[in-house]
Design a protein around this ligand. Structure first.
Ligand code: P6P
Length: 339
């Protein structure tokens, strides 16, 4: 049955109508954001054709080589978002400090944090990559420039979160806390059309996503959990499938639709995991929880972690509720055994 011809713009407005007190600011913020992702999509999709690949020779604060497309996406997000009058401050994976709104522009009541191009190490291999965004209401007085305090709020305070995945097609997935909705970009006329209304993640999946190259650094409970999924002890049982792209947006998007668990745990080399709380784990946790899934650091709910710094890392176990709960159980039992 053909779905109604619902554009992202109409959907955002209809979502806004669910909140009588809404002023429309969040709607136009989301709309501006969608425009930025369309431009990024254009560049990502032609990256192989123009000399935009390769390293800029600069490094970001994490010591990672910054590819031109990362920089482009970062700058495009700022250019698209810094003058709409909806934001008081921004933060980006590509910028050490918070990003202020230009002095001559209206200061708004929202905070935007984003990873402009997650999975960027895959750019040259034409693997799906994505933009992740997280939106809060400011906590400091209106009218003045936003501060780090406005940024360092726990994930439960997010008013909206989402991602765009630049893959075989460009999709934007977002939530304002009332369901998770996916839109596919029709390049013919540059509109995001509703293609995945009210996404629900299966309660249990058959896919696990983790970098098994780190096996020797893992927590003993995690080693046992992965062996359990591989049905090492039960020759009759069908094992889970291992699927790992190495691009969080791509791995999580697949598991959101098909079910399964994505893990980037703490290990001997990454005491706090690798992924960033504010602009990777929190937005993805809001999406997955709104779709009926679960997201923890192996014990505590991601969305309840009180942030201490904008770029802090956290371990993450995220996806189908039953799978995440079982992983936590293996970790907990190993802790007990270790005592
Ligand atoms: P590893 C990409 O660089 C990224 O930040 C995430 O998108 C991805 O899930 C993770 O790192 C992959 O890390 O150590 O497995 O290569």
């Amino acid at each position: 049955m053909k779905q109604s011809f619902m554009t992202l713009q109409r959907h955002i407005i209809e979502e806004e109508r669910r909140h009588p007190q809404a002023t429309g600011e969040l709607s136009s913020l989301l709309w501006d954001l969608s425009l930025a992702t369309k431009v990024i999509s254009l560049e990502v999709n032609k990256a192989g054709l123009v000399d935009i690949l390769g390293f800029t020779g600069e490094e970001n604060i994490h010591g990672e080589e910054v590819k031109k497309l990362d920089r482009f996406a970062h700058e495009m997000m700022i250019r698209a978002m810094d003058h709409g009058g909806h934001l008081c401050v921004m933060a980006s994976e590509e910028e050490d400090n918070i990003i202020h709104i230009p002095k001559n522009k209206k200061i708004g009541k929202y905070v935007l944090m984003f990873d402009p191009l997650d999975g960027s190490s895959n750019i040259d291999a034409n693997v799906s990559i994505g933009t992740i965004f997280s939106i809060y209401k400011r906590v400091t007085p209106d009218g003045k420039p936003g501060t780090v305090e406005d940024c360092l709020q726990p994930g439960v305070k997010q008013v909206a979160a989402g991602y765009t995945i630049y893959g075989s097609s460009t999709m934007l997935v977002y939530t304002t806390g009332h369901g998770v909705h996916g839109f596919t970009l029709d390049p013919a006329f540059g509109e995001y059309l509703l293609s995945h209304p009210n996404i629900q993640i299966p309660k249990k999946g058959k896919i696990y996503s983790i970098n098994e190259g780190n096996y020797k650094y893992w927590h003993p409970g995690l080693k046992k959990y992965i062996k359990f999924l591989q049905k090492d002890e039960d020759p009759e049982e069908k094992p889970y499938s291992a699927r790992y792209i190495g691009s969080m947006v791509a791995d999580l998007h697949r598991n959101l639709l098909y079910g399964g668990i994505f893990m980037y745990p703490a290990d001997k080399r990454h005491p706090n995991g690798k992924l960033r709380l504010m602009y990777e784990c929190n937005p993805m946790a809001m999406i997955v929880e709104s779709a009926g899934g679960r997201a923890t650091d192996g014990k505590n709910r991601i969305l309840e972690i009180q942030p201490e710094s904008i770029h802090q890392r956290v371990p993450i176990f995220i996806g189908s509720e039953e799978d995440v709960l079982l992983a936590e159980k293996f970790l907990r039992e190993a802790e007990v055994e270790a005592v």
